[in-house]
Design a protein around this ligand. Structure first.
Ligand SMILES: [Zn+2]
Length: 888
């Protein structure tokens, strides 16, 4: 699944502090044991024969299922997962070739809390093979859980399509089943659907017959053995565009008439499949691979890796020539690369239980980054790995962090595990370990792992073992330290001395934390790569027992973590930093970005002056890598938001930031130049957004001028700028402009554009208009999946308003949020606040509505608010002083 993670910009606000104490710590070790299960282990499903008849108009469906299963121990009861279902019939029949005495018709006991159904039999059922036959009805939802409906506008009127979303634990809304990843089984799906519509599942259609009443009976081929959360069914007025790679048919399924927007996704899927067939060493095992585009959105994911039938929201799959940007194009590729990596890592080989979710998500995220870099070098995406690591380290440095591998007990906890630790830290740790053993050894280990565990389940150590075997080098201890214990190592450069053309580096390891300055540091073996700027050779060491001394070829400015593959922060002494700063322009772009992120975080933590970051921004040449300027813009945006409500001090920051960014923006201009590099296209939009947030009058005026001129001059708003210009206009809208945007949203017939317009309506600086957006979000007008996004958007600039509103209308808002994600959604609305009163409000909300074991998101929101208050009080004075000194 491609989770929507809080942006690095927001997380840049999450700070740090640290202590440096060298000490010995007990080594973390993996806990071997049985796979967690919430179900009795006396029965194992082998094959599901499922027949579904949806009644889309009434949001209900009818199901018939016959499960071939093995009873493993004598029992009088069978328990499986089921929720929101009514059972019409349950029967246990003899299965297989042998006939066993059968329990007959059981008593049905439903447990809504545990999400189970238990069938109690009068006689004891002997071990053997049976068929559990059930007839039931279920519900079709309006949010992405279970089987759900998406309503959308077209020029031909309103349409309704059906899709499924089962990860992590919602297959049980569709089929009564053993809904845990370790219970892999075969699936045979048959559906009765309107004859005019297209039905899609994991496997190709093997039979389609017309029935009475305008229906068709559609039977799909038997799936391979797989986990329940990977099953998919979609139904609607669709088109399907296809291409082939070898024997695999690749398809993109869209709403009717949108196939042409899928061309890039289709070509990308073919390129990625070719790459993955080679990388994994095991060819893609299914006959077809579809990617299904759905209108609408979810607050929590953009795409899902159902085996052979990836599900992706339109905004992450289709490119509309009227509005799509370079960033949209890159996201389409990224999401496809991520979900397709899951076809192996997740679908073919699956984690045994949610404790090891990162095996799916960390790996798919890493594979996506690596593949984008390889297949689209013109995007220069190597630098984005630094932003991924930053997202992880920001989150990993606060008290509510957790190890990459963590124990999961409940459905809600599993849902909360889809976070930046699982994704971004997982990815960053893999990047570090790949760097440590070498790319070829790492790939050989991955190939061995896939081969050894195809069609079964694993834990993290299964991967480490295969990589060790392939690399001939131990990694288990490093891997355990970075995945079984939380936190971010801090490497302090204790000394760097030069003699005879060699620099001797002394390093000390501590721990970087933002909210526990007195914490005793944990201990890690840290692989470190260092380089003298301008020298082509690097040197490597492994920090052990808290320290390392080693030689680096050359003399001059030393960069620790050269190439930025290490998961740690680097703290230089003031003297070392002064030298680094003076030669900053000579660093490789990826090291410039890494150093800037460390300096920002360490400065906000109080380990070096907070204003050091501004020195680096000052030292960055206007022609530096566009992604460096993107990062500087994001940091200015973060500082700007810290000054919120203090306009006198804020305007000093704004004057500096605008003066720094304007020459960069003027170099690239409003309009794309022929042949300009792709990262420049992204930077153009980022700078316009940031200058708008800084209230730059020139940029706001020009955006308004272009927006107003487009009715007479369509070239005033080129497609690549359309969304950006709308964002500027919406952010600074007055009531008349807001009404005009609202009218445009109402009239729009293309879901992709309509959804954006509702999003922009909720991004205004004006609190009265933000309130109007909140009120609008609870009406039927924006569409069922846009409301939660609108409220979340309001929370970016008006967190107190959005949080209070959502809590006051909780029953209505609950209906607009995926049910398992509510424990994250509400606290998330408050996280951008710096109002001390919000801390008590979030705590009260958690006590009232969130289970004790599921309050990590609420605790994290409280940590973020506390942190923002600390930054305002303790760090901004240094920024003020620097601005005063440098802006004279
Ligand atoms: Zn994923």
């Amino acid at each position: 699944m491609r989770r929507i993670l809080v942006s690095a910009i927001v997380l840049a606000l999450a700070g740090v502090s640290s202590t440096l104490v060298v000490h010995a710590d007990p080594q973390p070790t993996a806990i071997a044991g049985q796979t967690t299960t919430q179900l009795p282990r006396n029965v194992r499903p082998i094959e599901y024969f499922v027949t579904i008849t949806p009644d889309a108009a009434n949001l209900r469906f009818h199901g018939d299922v016959s499960i071939v299963l093995d009873v493993l121990q004598p029992t009088k009861a069978i328990t499986l997962n089921a929720i929101d279902m009514d059972f019409l019939k349950v029967e246990l029949q003899p299965g297989g070739t042998r006939v066993y005495p059968v329990g007959g018709k059981p008593k049905v006991q439903l447990d809504a809390e545990a999400q189970t159904a238990t069938f109690m039999f009068e006689q004891t059922i002997a071990p053997g093979s049976y068929r559990l036959v059930m007839e039931y009805t279920g519900k079709i939802g309006t949010q992405a859980n279970g089987l759900f409906a998406i309503d959308y506008d077209t020029r031909a009127g309103k349409k309704r399509a059906l899709y499924t979303q089962f990860e992590n634990s919602d297959a049980r809304r569709f089929i009564p089943c053993w809904d845990e990843p370790a219970y892999k089984a075969l699936f045979d799906l048959t559906v009765f659907v309107p004859d005019s519509q297209m039905a899609i599942s994991n496997m190709p259609v093997v039979q389609r017959e017309k029935m009475d009443g305008g229906l068709a009976r559609v039977r799909f081929a038997q799936s391979p053995k797989m986990s329940t959360y990977l099953l998919f069914f979609g139904l609607g007025d669709f088109d399907r565009a296809t291409t082939k790679l070898g024997n695999t048919e690749i398809g993109v399924v869209t709403q009717k008439g949108s196939s042409s927007q899928a061309a890039f996704a289709l070509d990308s899927a073919r390129d990625i499949l070719r790459e993955y067939n080679d990388y994994f060493g095991t060819p893609y095992p299914l006959p077809k691979l579809d990617n299904i585009a759905s209108p609408g959105s979810s607050q929590f994911f953009s795409a899902m890796e159902n085996w052979g039938a990836i599900y992706t929201f339109e905004y992450s799959l289709l490119l509309d020539p009227a509005i799509s940007t370079q960033a949209d194009k890159q996201r389409v590729f990224d999401d496809a690369a991520h979900e397709m990596a899951h076809q192996w890592f997740g679908d073919l080989v699956t984690m045994s239980w949610w404790d090891d979710l990162w095996l799916n998500e960390g790996f798919a995220s890493w594979m996506q980054g690596r593949t984008t870099e390889k297949l689209h070098p013109e995007w220069n995406s190597a630098l984005s790995a630094v932003n991924v690591r930053e997202r992880a380290m920001s989150r990993d440095a606060i008290v509510t962090t957790h190890p990459v591998v963590q124990h999961i007990e409940t459905v809600e906890q599993a849902n909360q595990a889809f976070d930046s630790i699982t994704y971004s830290k997982g990815e960053s740790v893999i990047r570090m370990l790949e760097g440590y053993v070498g790319a070829d050894a790492w790939r050989a280990g991955v190939r061995r792992y896939i081969k050894a565990h195809a069609h079964s389940n694993t834990v993290s150590d299964d991967l480490w073992r295969e990589v060790e075997a392939a690399a001939g080098k131990p990694i288990m201890q490093i891997a355990h330290e970075f995945t079984l214990q939380p936190g971010v190592p801090l490497i302090r450069v204790a000394s760097a001395t030069c003699s005879n053309g060699t620099t001797t580096l002394k390093l000390e390891q501590g721990e970087f934390t933002k909210d526990r300055p007195d914490k005793t540091p944990l201990s890690w073996h840290v692989p470190v790569i260092a380089q003298v700027v301008g020298n082509s050779q690097t040197a490597r060491t492994l920090v052990t027992d808290g320290r390392a001394t080693f030689d680096v070829p050359g003399c001059g400015v030393v960069v620790v973590n050269a190439g930025q593959s290490g998961y740690y922060r680097t703290l230089y002494s003031p003297q070392q930093f002064a030298v680094l700063k003076s030669d900053f322009a000579k660093l490789a772009p990826i090291d410039q970005l890494g150093v800037m992120n460390d300096v920002w975080a360490l400065g906000m933590a109080g380990l070096q002056p907070a204003s050091d970051y501004l020195d680096l921004a000052q030292a960055t040449p206007a022609d530096a890598d566009p992604q460096i300027w993107g990062d500087i813009a994001a940091s200015f945006d973060a500082l700007n938001s810290y000054y919120d409500g203090d306009s006198a001090r804020q305007s000093a920051l704004r004057a500096f930031a605008i003066a720094r960014l304007t020459p960069v923006f003027e170099r690239i201009g409003w309009l794309a130049k022929k042949g300009e590099p792709d990262p420049v296209k992204n930077l153009r939009n980022e700078l316009i957004d940031t200058l708008s947030a800084l209230d730059d009058p020139k940029v706001i005026a020009e955006a308004r001028r272009r927006h107003a001129a487009q009715s007479s001059d369509p070239s005033a708003v080129p497609a690549a700028l359309r969304k950006t210009i709308l964002r500027v206009v919406a952010r600074h809208a007055d009531a008349a402009t807001w009404d005009q945007l609202h009218a445009a949203a109402l009239a729009e017939k293309t879901p992709l554009i309509k959804d954006d317009l509702y999003e922009y309506l909720s991004t205004t600086e004006d609190a009265t208009l933000a309130q109007r957006a909140l009120d609008l979000s609870l009406t039927d007008e924006p569409g069922a999946t846009n409301s939660s996004a609108m409220i979340a958007n309001v929370s970016d600039l008006h967190p107190e308003l959005a949080f209070d509103f959502a809590v006051a209308h909780k029953a209505q808002v609950d209906a607009k949020v995926d049910s398992t994600s509510r424990s994250r959604y509400y606290p998330g609305l408050a996280g951008q606040s710096h109002d001390p009163a919000m801390i008590a409000k979030v705590k009260a909300f958690a006590e009232a509505y969130i289970a004790v074991g599921s309050r990590r998101a609420a605790d994290t929101a409280v940590s973020n608010i506390t942190y923002r208050i600390m930054i305002r009080n303790e760090r901004l004075p240094a920024i003020d002083a620097w601005l005063k000194h440098n802006m004279r």
